[in-house]
Design a protein around this ligand. Structure first.
Ligand code: NDP
Length: 241
């Protein structure tokens, strides 16, 4: 897949899956505009050829809109930033719920709005990939707010696919299983819990960031020109197990 001459916004490009997506895109000729939070990651990304980094806290709606506008012009968008906090359902706090929905659901909506408005105004086509999770399909204990936030993101993806498709902008969701990144360490460091999860993945391993990035790049590319509105698990068969 060739992304020469294309500019691609990648949220959460500071670490994990987003970092790998950005790396692979640059390797294939793209210019990446990274929207991420930690200053140290912003500095590292800025120093990399093919990368421009904008520091933003995606939990802040106004700052997110401002950052999205300053990331333009762009050809494609990957909403990859996400966060989690582990709480049993009965102990899920309103504050944590709001934080997760702000970052995992509302921020992708805001960034996609600004990106799509720009394309429509310019009469250009494009593609959006929203990084969701298998957690939007199933109930994972201690992940109530996370599951809800990703379910909400899937709803947005489907509506974007219907409303933006006629304007030449495709929108698809990618649903990783446990992927070996800093977030996975936070959620799956208990060896018993991790072993139980791995047992349910027919290919017998957790995903690597590159497994997810490969699928994201395909969905952005012209090879996926007729793919719109799907929720694609990247889960080694977890969903059928
Ligand atoms: P990481 O925690 O490794 O990286 C997440 C990135 O998003 C970081 O660069 C982080 O920046 C950024 N980010 C998080 N919150 C904010 C915020 N408020 N404002 C700006 N940037 C923010 O996560 P992963 O790479 O593992 O996850 C990427 C996506 O994949 C997420 O949407 C996640 O839900 C999804 N996913 C991950 C799975 C996994 O097992 N890893 C499984 C299924 C889905 P900073 O560190 O500076 O806060």
């Amino acid at each position: 897949m060739d992304f020469n001459g294309k500019t691609i916004i990648v949220t959460g490009a500071g670490k994990g899956i987003g970092r790998e997506i950005a790396r692979m895109l640059v390797e294939r000729g793209a210019q990446v505009v990274a929207l991420t939070r930690s200053a140290s990651d912003v500095d590292l990304l800025q120093a990399e050829p093919g990368c421009r980094a904008i520091q933003v806290d995606l939990a802040d709606a106004n700052a997110t809109r401002e950052a999205a506008i300053s990331a333009l012009p762009a050809d494609f968008l990957v909403n990859c930033a996400g966060t989690t906090e582990l709480q049993p359902f009965l102990d899920t706090t309103v504050e944590a719920f709001d934080r997760l929905v702000a970052v995992n659901t509302r921020a992708p909506m805001i960034v996609a709005q600004e990106y799509a408005r720009f394309l429509i105004k310019e009469g250009r086509k494009g593609a959006i990939v929203n990084v969701s999770s298998v957690a939007s399909f199933i109930g994972i204990p201690d992940h109530a707010a996370y599951c809800a936030s990703k379910g909400g993101l899937d709803g947005l993806t489907r509506v974007m696919a219907k409303e933006l498709g006629p304007q030449g902008i495709r929108a698809n969701g990618v649903h990783p299983t446990v992927t070996l990144t800093p977030m996975a360490v936070k959620a799956w460091s208990d060896p018993d819990k991790a072993a139980g999860m791995k047992q349910r993945i027919p290919v017998g391993r957790f995903a690597e960031p590159s497994d997810i990035a490969d699928v994201v790049l395909f969905l952005l590319s012209d090879q996926a020109a007729m793919v719109n509105g799907i929720s694609m698990p990247v889960d080694g068969g977890f969903m059928i197990a």
